[in-house]
Design a protein around this ligand. Structure first.
Ligand SMILES: C[S@@+](CC[C@H](N)C(=O)[O-])C[C@H]1O[C@@H](n2cnc3c(N)ncnc32)[C@H](O)[C@@H]1O
Length: 248
């Protein structure tokens, strides 16, 4: 029999919200009112606990990779490690700006922002429902905190990217939904924009999923070909991270 009993999950950083879980859902209790952290808005969005950290599900699909990782935060930290971001050299001003194309719960943006060699992180999110759930998620707190290095842009990155200056980013994490849900984020035109906004020497990580045929397509090969056609070099797939690194 499934138990629906709720147990303590965590508190918000300021202690004003208590989070509980029944193992499937996460509930937020504030001023005596309890809310379940899921919603319908065209699609079904839900926070689910995973080893003490919330993950986001959209229509039942998990938005963070956890296979081979204890929590999604470990995955984000390892992706950022792979970008080889040097630590800031104290007195020298930090100049590196990073782009996290698809915010989700902001875990990859937060991992970028934690690096001293990154001055600012620009991130973008299309779904208002995701932004609402991220605002309730105590593990996304750093995105919305006062004085945060992270700047959130609402809307589609496919459009937003056109407004960025050429060469303004030193690091990019591109962690889009799967290709069937957002084909524009896998298009040659979008990759040309990613290349344009990178400075020379910039490093990119592109999540593509596990390698193999999906409905007869090898997405990894298609992505590699298009990134290369856009101008990125040294493209290398890392199976554990299910994504590829490249350089401008
Ligand atoms: C795989 S998740 C990103 C997970 C994120 N890296 C994290 O650490 O939580 C993809 C996100 O992209 C958002 N999205 C989908 N299409 C988008 C678009 N065109 N522009 C920006 N965000 C988009 C989805 O709503 C979803 O939250």
């Amino acid at each position: 029999m499934v138990s629906h009993e709720r147990r303590f999950f965590c508190r918000s950083p300021d202690g004003s919200i208590i989070y509980t879980t029944d193992g499937s859902f996460i509930f937020a209790e504030k001023d005596g009112v309890v809310m379940r952290l899921d919603m319908f808005a065209g699609h079904y969005y839900k926070l689910r606990p995973y080893n003490g950290v919330p993950v986001l599900e959209v229509d039942g699909l998990r938005m963070q990779l956890v296979k081979d990782f204890r929590t999604p935060l470990d995955y984000s930290n390892e992706v950022v490690k792979g970008l080889h971001i040097p630590e800031s050299k104290g007195a020298a001003p930090d100049t590196s700006v990073a782009l996290d194309t698809c915010m989700g719960l902001g875990y990859t943006a937060i991992a970028l922002a934690k690096k001293s060699g990154v001055k600012m992180v620009v991130t973008c999110e299309l779904s208002e429902a995701v932004i609402t759930l991220a605002k309730w998620n105590p593990f996304s707190d750093m995105v919305f905190a006062k004085g945060s290095k992270i700047v959130l842009m609402e809307g589609s990155i496919a459009e937003r990217i056109k407004s960025f200056d050429s060469g303004m980013f030193s690091y990019i994490i591109h962690d889009p939904p799967r290709v069937s849900h957002a084909p524009e984020l896998y298009s040659s035109a979008f990759y040309a924009e990613l290349y344009r906004v990178c400075r020379k020497g910039a490093r990119i990580f592109h999540y593509v999923g596990s390698v193999g045929k999906t409905k007869g397509r090898r997405i990894d090969r298609e992505v590699e070909k298009r990134l290369s056609a856009a101008g990125f070099t040294g493209i290398r797939y890392v199976p554990r991270l299910q994504g590829m690194f490249g350089t401008k």
